[in-house]
Design a protein around this ligand. Structure first.
Ligand code: ADP
Length: 468
């Protein structure tokens, strides 16, 4: 019976085994729980250690400036001349480095206008005095062909290239100022160093041309400025005597960067509608879209000739007349003297004489008073094939400048009465730089434009250009 008193569960053998199983499982669970707790404790310990390490690192970092301060106190000297804060006097201050600044343009009202220098079709330049400093400057209003489209790219390029240039033979841009009415975009002015003359006005007023020694000085300065531009990947693209300024100390400076632009290697495609007609290289007249520094070298050749005679060298009435005058003076291009020239857009339409051998350069004959070195330099600058023209560095090293008469020192340069100093400069009417935005028109008349105003045939210098 006693066995009957016992729980029937205990009596059951199967149940006892089950009990033992449950007990085992319970113990296992306990062990697992203890294990888990151990792991959690370990993780917490590690996290605490990491936090402690981080804190230490931060403490270390924040203590570094004080160490450096001790080693190099000059680093702590503040711009305003304050004493460097020591570890004990307060928190460390940030170091300050000089950086670019944006600030409001000054106003044109800060200048008092003295007189107009030039008031052209789209240009306006006047002589003015900075009322604060008394310094005399030239104020040039930026041309705004389409003011509604914002500042034109020509104006932006003029500012950008002039700001990037620092050379004794390039006019310095002191600042850009705005008119009082800032709502009008037309009122943007360049403040430039004032120079008493431009070479064009001066040549027109001179009774006698410059002496050879003076021509050399002017040409060397012009070439030095151009060499600087080309070294800095800038093409001027409008070199002419009216853009060359001269002060009363014989210093020449290149001005008017309205046509200037950066170029690359290889040259990118660029507009051919650049450079005032009389100074425009044959590759541009023939429609080359890829051209380079040689276009400026051609203009230097034209200026060289003009300085010698006082007269512009190649006074074409239009593009075809200009080409005709170029071929008359420099000879006819041939496949051997200028390989590939026939493939230039406007050259395809040219009919040139059958026997070009008799149509050579007459430059030496036109300048009989030039020495061999002088005429070889002029001939090379006026090479039809742009790759045959010397670069600016080669011109600077040319033997022409080493032979007698030596270049006149600028201090010995004659002084001339300055028109710009008193009144508006009045010049003979001469062509202006081409106007941007007319390119499609020119393209459409690329060829017919070249022969516009002529009959079927253009005669001159014993050859003819024919429309075919
Ligand atoms: P535009 O782009 O209208 O042709 P330029 O820069 O060529 O303007 O200037 C026109 C004329 O103004 C020059 O031929 C020169 O006579 C005069 N000029 C320009 N800049 C100066 C200057 N810095 N100092 C004196 N005269 C200047």
């Amino acid at each position: 019976m006693a066995s009957k008193m016992k729980s029937r569960w205990a009596d059951d053998e199967g149940d006892a085994a089950l009990d033992a199983q449950r007990k085992r499982e319970k113990e296992e669970k306990k062990r697992a729980k203890a294990e888990k707790q151990k792991l959690t404790d370990e993780a917490a310990r590690q996290a605490a250690a990491a936090a402690e390490e981080k804190e230490q690192l931060q403490q270390e970092l924040s203590s570094r400036p004080s160490k450096r301060r001790k080693m190099s106190p000059e680093l702590e000297v503040e711009g305003e001349g304050q004493a460097a804060p020591s570890k004990d006097t307060g928190p460390a201050k940030l170091l300050r480095f000089p950086g670019g600044q944006w600030k409001k343009c000054r106003s044109v009202e800060d200048y008092e206008k003295l007189n107009d220098i030039e008031e052209g079709a789209y240009g306006w330049v006047s002589r003015a005095r900075d009322t604060a400093t008394g310094k005399v400057v030239a104020l040039k209003r930026l041309k705004m062909e389409n003011a509604q489209d914002g500042v034109p790219v020509t104006g932006l390029r003029e500012i950008q290239t002039l700001l990037d240039c620092e050379h004794p033979n390039i006019v310095a841009l002191q600042e850009v100022v705005v008119g009082e009415d800032t709502s009008k975009i037309e009122n943007i002015f360049l403040v430039l160093d004032f120079l008493e003359h431009d070479l064009k006005t001066l040549l027109e007023d001179m009774n006698e041309p410059f002496l050879n020694s003076e021509v050399k000085t002017l040409l060397l300065q012009l070439t030095a400025g151009v060499s600087y531009l080309h070294k800095n990947w800038i093409l001027h693209r409008d070199l002419k005597t009216s853009n060359l300024l001269l002060n009363n100390r014989g210093v020449l400076k290149i001005a008017d960067f309205g046509m200037a632009r950066y170029f690359g290697d290889p040259a990118p495609k660029m507009t051919q509608l650049v450079v005032t007609l009389w100074y425009r290289a044959p590759e541009l007249l023939l429609g080359a879209e890829k051209y380079g520094t040689a276009v400026d070298m051609w203009s230097i050749g034209c200026i060289f000739g003009e300085l010698l005679t006082k007269e512009p060298l190649l006074q074409g009435k239009n593009e075809v007349d200009e080409l005709s005058k170029i071929f008359e003076l420099c000879g006819i291009p041939t496949e051997s003297s200028w390989p590939g020239f026939k493939r230039l857009p406007n050259a395809r339409s040219l009919r040139l004489p059958k026997n070009p051998a008799s149509q050579g350069s007459v430059i030496r004959a036109k300048f009989p008073f030039l020495t061999t070195a002088g005429s070889s330099l002029l001939v090379s600058l006026l090479e039809l094939n742009p790759t045959n023209r010397p670069n600016a560095k080669e011109v600077l090293e040319h033997s022409f400048f080493k032979e007698d008469p030596k270049p006149k020192s600028t201090e010995m340069f004659p002084t001339f009465p300055s028109k710009a100093g008193q009144e508006k400069r009045r010049r003979k009417v001469t062509p202006n730089a081409p106007v941007r935005g007319k390119i499609p028109e020119l393209k459409a008349t690329d060829f017919s434009g070249i022969f516009a105003g002529r009959d079927d045939e253009e005669k001159g210098g014993g050859f003819s250009l024919k429309l075919i």
